[in-house]
Design a binder for this molecule. Structure first.
Ligand SMILES: [Ca+2]
Length: 299
């Protein structure tokens, strides 16, 4: 509060039944003593004005003038207080961007591409897709979150469930896939470099992010490159698979648009399927078409 404001309020305290006290930290405290004219006219010693030490009893007309003045003072005080309140609101930090749902899918439709009656097995395998969302894990990492109807503690039978998510970053296409374990592809992953890499341990819950011609049957498979491998989090209680991806790894920065990609094998963008070395759309699976776009928030 400015010194001039304090001085003005001190003056207002003298001429009005509206009492204004500056408070050290949080701006201004306003206390209103509404003085009813009949109490003043009757000279009642129970009226609010007398309790605060008014020695003379004003006339009813004078009391009404003071009441009008009180309203004017309130308006003035509001004019003083409002800008500071707005300043506080503007000064607050923006909340982190919440999850953006980029795709949804029906429950109970796993395997319907082969036989609708086998749908219950989708829960046992953790492959019945419900929702896909994107959110920030921290300033440098984006979370891709797949929600399923049910997720066993093992993420489905080990080496039996694989999740895929194809996306774009400002138009550049990426393919991402992985599972609770994925030793099949850790040992030999034919979808990049055209040949099996030296045997290695991909670690637990690995997700491979690739770029280039990575579809089975592509003519230039040697152009399929492994961008990075990340470690996902499987939360069976929440039924979610969360894949944290560093922004740097996919060339994303504040303001970048992470949108849906395309997958020739499944004709969609997100899928859950049995984890063969090469997943096939001919196997029972569940697929979800993502249509939403997540914009990386600016710091
Ligand atoms: Ca589903």
């Amino acid at each position: 509060m400015q010194v001039s404001e304090i001085a003005e309020m001190a003056f207002l305290n003298l001429v009005s039944p509206v009492r204004i006290w500056p408070r050290a930290r949080s701006g201004v405290v306003v206390r209103v003593m509404l003085v009813e004219g009949r109490h003043l006219a009757a000279g009642s010693n129970t009226c609010a004005a007398n309790r605060y030490g008014n020695a003379s009893i004003p006339s009813e007309r004078f009391a009404m003038k003071k009441f009008t003045l009180s309203l004017l003072v309130l308006a003035l005080v509001a004019a003083f207080v409002a800008p500071s309140s707005l300043a506080v609101a503007k000064g607050k930090k923006k909340k982190p961007a919440g999850p953006v749902v980029v795709g949804t899918d029906s429950a109970g439709d796993w395997g319907s591409n082969v036989d609708p009656t086998i749908a219950p097995a989708g829960d046992v395998l953790g492959q019945d897709l419900l929702e896909a969302s994107i959110t920030m894990a921290d300033a440098k990492t984006v979370n891709f979150v797949i929600k399923v109807a049910a997720l066993p503690p093992t993420g489905g039978i080990p080496e039996f469930s694989r999740f895929g998510w194809d996306f774009t970053v400002d138009g550049d296409a990426f393919a991402m896939s992985g599972g609770f374990t994925d030793y099949l592809r850790g040992v030999c992953y034919p979808l990049h470099a055209g040949t099996c890499p030296p045997p290695r341990d991909p670690g637990q819950q690995p997700f491979f992010i690739r770029q280039g011609a990575c579809t089975v049957g592509a003519e230039s498979l040697e152009n399929c490159t492994l961008v990075t491998t990340v470690k996902a989090v499987f939360d069976s209680a929440a039924g979610t698979v969360t894949i944290p991806v560093p922004l740097d790894a996919i060339g994303a920065k504040p303001g970048s648009k992470i949108g849906p990609g395309s997958n020739a094998a499944f004709s969609t963008t997100i899928y859950a399927s049995p984890a063969a070395v090469i997943s096939s759309a001919n196997l029972p699976h569940d697929a979800m078409l993502a249509t939403g776009t997540f914009v990386v928030p600016k710091a």
